[in-house]
Design a protein around this ligand. Structure first.
Ligand SMILES: Cc1ncc(COP(=O)(O)O)c(C=O)c1O
Length: 497
């Protein structure tokens, strides 16, 4: 029989919580304080890591939380890739704001379910304010509504479905798209992130519905070709529904001509979506604002606080000019929900794919206040300056070729000075050399870069969304690339000999 005062193995009393909590915070503070001196990654293989974790079966009995945390801190600190390291410039994952870590602890402790206002009274208001601030941050009307989601893919999916509901042939909600008389099609440039293919496949349009528009000399969507393709589709009986403009492409950071896309969308009554998952926070910088002209006309925008707003994973955001499109798409009223009896309430389950939702807005809300707009102008501006420095140093170096620089992304490649072949043979060799070099750098733990293919050249790619990176780091990284590039070149030459 259960006793009057129930004793649960999962509960932790106040004293124990304090003790473990203080120890944990001490360990985390030391970790963050020493992050620069650690390797970016230990580069261990899955087999090595499996040995560390062991193969024991599910524990039958419990272990004290204190023991677990002291073991797990070491496990994570010593066997992780540290994207908070100043020399981590890979993909588009930022150094995480320390305030975000504390915010996640606080959010999980209160644990509001931000699916319905009644379940999360203050958290819902905080999310609403966060969404409003994000709209202000990038310079669109604060009347855009929206929702926080897990990241860029989900932010784009959330908008994609709203566009489909708004622009699909009528009755598509009841009849499904297979019964639509005309086939829906959509438009984006060849540089669009892979979310678009996932969305077209998952949400029933099919990958053939994507019209991949070629890019111009500046690698932006060619808006003349876009318009011509729309006209052809209309002539051939297709149903164009949306155009996706990219505000900072994942490989090289190029921003499409958004103003031009906006006017084409207006002319043909199409939904205008902007994928600003990576780049759109740069619109906060006065000198960069011009680049983003046209976002104020977007029907929807994806942006990712876990990229260039330095939020810990996971935090994405969908902004929609008229949030009623979200309600049209996602709202449902099951009988077991008693959430609709207050006209003032905003129930976030009606704005997106999730019903139960965590409080990811808190970390974004607190960081926006911790640093303010001016703090972000400084950090994002410095990231861009460092990226430009990376390009200039590569350009000046006899053994490096600087390829592109946009926003905070630089691409470059190692070019040995003693390689005498020319033409195609040289290009094939350089691609192999730089690919092998990247793999070596990623394993080595001194620096973490990723790759991009630009004009068929295999490039090393540095994306600086990292408030810890300094000028000295960029200078060091140049030296590391050249040193390791030389070694790799000699290794390949020996193999070829
Ligand atoms: C432009 C763009 N869109 C979407 C995404 C997908 O974001 P996530 O990885 O957070 O789903 C990325 C990721 O790098 C991106 O750069």
């Amino acid at each position: 029989m259960m006793e009057n005062n129930r004793v649960s193995p999962i509960e932790i009393n106040k004293e124990e919580f304090r003790k473990i909590g203080y120890q944990l915070i001490d360990s985390i503070s030391n970790f963050l304080d020493t992050i620069k001196a650690r390797p970016v990654t230990p580069g261990e293989s899955p087999t090595q890591l499996q040995k560390i974790i062991g193969t024991s079966s599910l524990p039958e009995n419990g272990t004290s939380a204190e023991t677990l945390f002291s073991k797990t801190c070491g496990l994570l600190f010593n066997h992780s890739l540290l994207n908070g390291h100043p020399k981590f410039l890979g993909y588009i994952t930022s150094s995480a704001a320390p305030v975000g870590a504390l915010a996640d602890l606080l959010a999980a402790s209160v644990n509001p379910n931000v699916g319905a206002q009644i379940l999360s009274p203050i958290a819902t208001e905080i999310e609403k304010q966060t969404v409003r601030w994000l709209a202000e941050f990038i310079g669109v009307s604060p009347d855009y509504g929206g929702i926080l989601v897990s990241g860029g893919n989900m932010a784009n999916f959330t908008a994609f479905l709203a566009a489909r509901t708004a622009k699909a042939p009528k009755n598509v909600k009841e009849d499904g798209i297979s019964n639509a008389e005309t086939k829906m099609v959509l438009y984006c440039s060849k540089t669009t992130h892979s979310w678009i293919e996932k969305a077209a496949i998952l949400f029933g349009l099919g990958s053939k519905a994507i019209r991949w528009i070629k890019t111009d000399a500046a690698n932006r969507m060619d808006n003349e070709v876009l318009e011509q393709t729309i006209k052809n589709d209309l002539k051939n009986g297709f149903k164009p529904i949306m155009v996706i403009g990219t505000a900072g492409d994942v490989s090289t950071g190029v921003v499409d001509n958004l103003k031009g896309i906006a006017s084409i969308c207006k002319m043909y009554d199409l939904w205008f979506h902007v994928d600003g998952a990576y780049g759109i926070p740069a619109a906060v910088i006065p000198e960069q604002k011009m680049l983003f002209q046209g976002i104020e006309d977007a029907d929807s925008i994806a942006l990712d606080p876990h990229k260039w707003l330095y939020s810990p994973l996971e935090a994405g955001c969908t902004l929609v000019k008229d949030p009623n499109h979200l309600i049209d798409t996602y709202s449902s009223h099951p009988v077991y929900y008693n959430f609709s009896n207050n006209d003032e309430a905003l129930n976030y389950y009606e704005y997106g794919l999730q019903n139960s939702r965590g409080f990811r807005a808190l970390k974004v809300w607190l960081t926006l206040q911790q640093v303010g707009r001016s703090g972000y102008v400084k950090m994002i501006g410095e990231d861009i300056q460092l990226s430009k420095l990376f390009f200039v140093l590569a350009d000046d170096h006899p053994e490096l070729e600087a390829i592109t620089q946009n926003l905070s992304i630089t691409t470059l490649r190692y070019m040995p000075s003693d390689y005498n072949h020319h033409g195609e043979k040289k290009e094939v060799y350089l691609n192999k050399l730089n690919e092998d070099l990247l793999n070596e750098l990623q394993r080595g733990g001194e620096v973490f870069l990723s790759n991009a293919i630009v004009m068929e050249k295999y490039c090393l790619r540095g994306c600086i969304v990292n408030f810890r990176t300094s000028k000295k780091d960029i200078e060091d990284i140049i030296e590391i690339i050249v040193r390791e590039g030389k070694k790799m070149h000699h290794r390949l030459q020996e193999k070829e000999a």
